[in-house]
Design a binder for this molecule. Sequence first.
Ligand SMILES: [Zn+2]
Ligand SMILES: [Zn+2]
Length: 271
Amino acid sequence: MPHFICTTCGTQHAESAEPPARCEICEDERQYVNPDGQAWTTLAELRERHRTVLKQEEPRLTGIGTEPAFAIGQRALLVERPDGNVLWDCISLVDESVVRALEGLGGVAAIAISHPHYYSSMVEWSRAFGGAPIYLHEADRRWVMRPDPGIVFWEGETRELGRGLTLVRCGGHFDGGTVLHWAGGCEGRGALLSGDIVQVIPDRRWVSFMYSYPNLIPLPGGTVRRIAAKLEPFAFERIYGAWFGRVVPKDGKAVVERSAERYDAAIKRGE
Ligand SMILES: [Zn+2]
Ligand SMILES: [Zn+2]
């Protein structure tokens, strides 16, 4: 039986003979149901119509996307490390060419995902790489549409994925919203892989934060200040956001701090 994939959010669901009646991820106010009606595809169909693309972002960091763009336009990142590569975030399409290319870079030892909008075809990715464990924050367990024994729900505020690689639960956009701090990134000055938990915006001197991006629902100022506080112990120069090209090139930590202050001030102006 197929595992249907929602074409709007890219989430693969548990196997079913018929397409599911609805997509819970899209019905949540942080996403939206396709105005033309809920639609589904399969991995086999995706492989016919789309291809995976790789782009080196910096030494030991490779971006992985889909062309033409699919669903939210998700982009994953592979962090290469001597003690096992980590795939950060995920996409709906996994094909032979990407598996071969990533095997050439040392494969995937573990997968970690920022939040449910990037769960996509995570189980397929895990299986393509020998059952690599998938680290998701426990607080977002209810948003897993295809349960699998490979999923490891972690609890608490931080989790090490090996030396110099730390998952930080920031919350905000989702309760379990997580970013990945890579101490060795940006020539050792540190990089933050932020998904859209910390959103890279057009003006690269700033970032922003939202509860719902498509529906423009903001977060409370206190929540945003707490996100910045959780990142306070970590040094980072560069921030890799949710999509190709969304990169804060320098001063990342100061960018987060001043952006949280600006956000809080803007919210307070309306009170
Ligand atoms: Zn959906
Ligand atoms: Zn999101």
